[in-house]
Design a protein around this ligand. Structure first.
Ligand code: PGA
Length: 251
């Protein structure tokens, strides 16, 4: 199975020119790597110019034909018609934004359903806010998974309809957090096993949170992750390319 490496550009960059520069530098190399599926998720406004295959979010309902009265929103159908294949859902920066109310498990569950029904793949983010010694964080993640996947039809867990991917991103490890530090491969391995047990289904699990060329190999090979969700380092083409090449060295 190919490793899945996803770039989450967040609110960057500020010009299409710069977006093209980053995208094209990565694409040149990514196209030659046979063991990696590379997905770049730029801001919505660049999707069409870049012909990128990943989006960072989606609206929670697919309005009936003719559209809907939802100012500022983007539907799964719009993304699908643009050629997008993957959608990040439930990112911690949307669950717990610095300002205003964040997304609830219920909204995230709706987004997952709508996106799968539209024929897109879902990159569902889970992860605890803090790591305690009592293993409480495992229950926290279990709960996020249960709520996110509530009443999702079984067919979406299996090929060919299957389009679910889990990204384990401990919130404290995301580079924008104060004192952020990547998890270590041993504890990420424990989490991957735990998630597989909760799911009882074989779906790809990615690691995210301060991924860099230095630690990518540990998460892919020691922790046995099926891929990575990369934020900050995905905006620096030479570093992101290093990560892609590491992933391509998989047996
Ligand atoms: P980071 O972001 O790699 O900059 O920590 C990851 C993410 O938030 O998806």
């Amino acid at each position: 199975m190919k490793k899945i490496i996803i770039a989450n550009w967040k609110l960057n960059p500020q010009t299409l020119k710069e977006a093209k520069r980053i995208f094209n530098s990565v694409k040149k190399v990514a196209g030659r790597l046979s063991k990696v599926e590379t997905v770049i998720c730029p801001p919505f406004v660049y999707l069409s110019a870049l012909r990128a295959t990943g989006a960072q979010d989606v609206f929670y309902e697919n309005p009936p034909a003719g559209g809907g009265a939802y100012t500022g929103e983007i539907s799964a159908a719009m993304l699908k018609n643009l050629g997008v294949k993957y959608v990040i859902i439930g990112h911690s920066e949307r669950r717990y934004p610095p300002v205003g109310g964040g997304e609830t498990d219920e909204i995230i569950n709706k987004k997952i359903k709508t996106t799968l029904e539209a024929g897109l793949k879902v990159v569902f983010c889970v992860g605890e806010k803090k790591r305690d010694g009592e293993d409480e964080y495992l229950n926290f993640v279990r709960n996020q998974i249960k709520e996110g996947f509530k009443n999702i039809p079984k067919k979406f867990f299996n090929p060919p309809a299957g389009g679910l991917i889990i990204a384990y991103e401990p919130v404290w490890a995301i580079s924008s957090q104060k004192r952020a530090k990547a998890d270590n491969p041993e504890s990420a391995f424990k989490m991957a096993i735990f998630i597989k047990r909760v799911l009882l289904q074989k779906i790809p699990i990615l690691y995210g949170g301060s991924v860099s060329p230095e630690n990518a190999g540990g998460f892919l090979f020691k922790a046995g992750m099926n891929g990575l969700l990369v934020g900050g380092q995905s905006l620096i083409p030479e570093n992101f390319i290093k990560i892609l090449k590491i992933a391509n060295n998989t047996k």
